[in-house]
Design a protein around this ligand. Structure first.
Ligand SMILES: Cc1ncc(COP(=O)(O)O)c(C=O)c1O
Length: 370
């Protein structure tokens, strides 16, 4: 009935490179990238910077490395980054905030990745001596007036150095942050001289869902990490974009972390094809995700909220069994899904999921919960 072995809904990271990517990889012109001599990497970095409207870009092996480099540079030892309490950086990146960046998170509750602005502001702590660059000790009356809040108590607390948001937001089911909200966060970041980072692993999904040019999102951020290896279907790699000076430092840190990749133009070639040919088709993944969730609505013991599905991720709650059991029942039918907690699973649509996979997924779910 189905002409391939598995329907793999675990993640968009399972996507196979396209034929065009394979040709581009085979034919790529390469050089020693660490010496700055790989023309294909240079082309990819220029393309990524131009698409996102940033000065400069860096090809990194993974999203995790892009985020980690940013945390180390923009937050730094003993300092604090504000992020939502379910963010990928906090939960799924090996504890790199402490292990590599030596910094701390101020995790705050959010509504689908959107932290209330007043909560962000309340949690920003700055040592008075740093407010306008003067290293004075205590004459803060002027500054207190300027800032309109009492900052004296924060003198000995670890300082906030950055805000980081995730767009789309993975564990909320691929939800999207609108440019209007992002702009307001950026205003706060500017007001308090903080670095504003975006974990935009799936930022093109966000742009497509919002119907805006990706620059409408990225223009508010000091740095953005996005992945080539997810919905864009490249075999590996992510981009870190930002100001020239920041990316220059990031390049040095990437080498220290073992991310100098030599003739990596082969992989950059696939990334270029991803950026040039795979962005607009993400709408297809969003359409299939909506189709999938709508067809789940009438399945007993399956709890979904179609209004939450705006991109390519669907979170499904199970009313009558645990996720491990459910995942095994699905796998027995050659349909792969990811457990996400005790009674929740995640399904992701991507370019290797077509309409027949949706049929197969629905059929398997009905059997699994029966
Ligand atoms: C939101 C988010 N950020 C960062 C990453 C990390 O990317 P990588 O797996 O390339 O390290 C992921 C990967 O799933 C992600 O979903």
């Amino acid at each position: 009935m189905f002409n391939k072995r598995f329907s793999d809904f675990r993640s968009d990271t399972v996507t196979q490179p396209t034929m065009e990517m394979r040709h581009a990889m085979f034919n790529a012109e390469v050089g020693d990238e660490v010496l700055g001599e790989d023309p294909t990497v240079i082309r990819l970095e220029e393309l990524a910077a131009s698409i996102t409207g940033k000065e400069s870009a860096l090809f990194v092996p993974s999203g995790t490395m892009g985020n980690t480099i940013t945390m180390k540079l923009a937050v730094g030892e003993g300092h604090v980054v504000i992020m939502d309490d379910r963010s990928h950086i906090l939960h799924y990146e090996g504890g790199n905030l402490s292990k590599i960046a030596f910094c701390m998170a101020r995790p705050l509750p959010s509504d689908h990745g959107k932290i209330p602005l007043d909560l962000i502001e309340e949690n920003i702590l700055i040592n008075p001596r740093d407010i306008d660059g003067e290293h004075e000790s205590f004459s803060t009356e002027k500054k207190r007036k300027t800032w309109g809040r009492d900052i004296l108590e924060s003198r000995y607390l670890p300082e906030t150095r950055a805000i980081s948001l995730e767009n789309t937001h993975n564990t909320s089911g691929g939800s999207v942050l609108e440019p209007e909200y992002i702009e307001k966060v950026a205003e706060l970041a500017r007001k308090y001289h903080l670095h504003f980072h975006m974990d935009g692993a799936r930022i093109f999904n966000a742009a497509i869902a919002l119907g805006v040019d990706v620059k409408e999102i990225t223009k508010h951020c000091d740095s953005v990490m996005f992945c080539l290896s997810k919905g864009l279907a490249a075999p590996m790699g992510s981009m870190l974009v930002g100001e020239k000076g920041f990316i220059k430092e990031a390049r040095i840190l990437r080498k220290s972390l073992g991310g100098g990749m030599r003739q990596i133009g082969f992989m950059a070639a696939a990334g270029i094809v991803g950026l040039e040919t795979m962005v607009n088709r993400l709408e297809e993944d969003h359409r299939r995700a909506r189709m999938l969730v709508e067809r789940m609505m009438d399945i007993k013991n399956i709890i979904v909220d179609p209004s939450e599905v705006v991109t390519n991720i669907i979170m499904v709650r199970l009313a009558n069994m645990g996720s491990v059991d459910f995942v095994a029942r699905m796998a027995a039918q050659d349909v792969l899904v990811l457990p996400f907690g005790k009674d929740r699973i995640r399904m992701v649509t991507h370019k290797d999921i077509d309409d027949s996979d949706i049929d197969r997924g629905i059929f398997a779910i009905r059997n699994a919960v029966a």
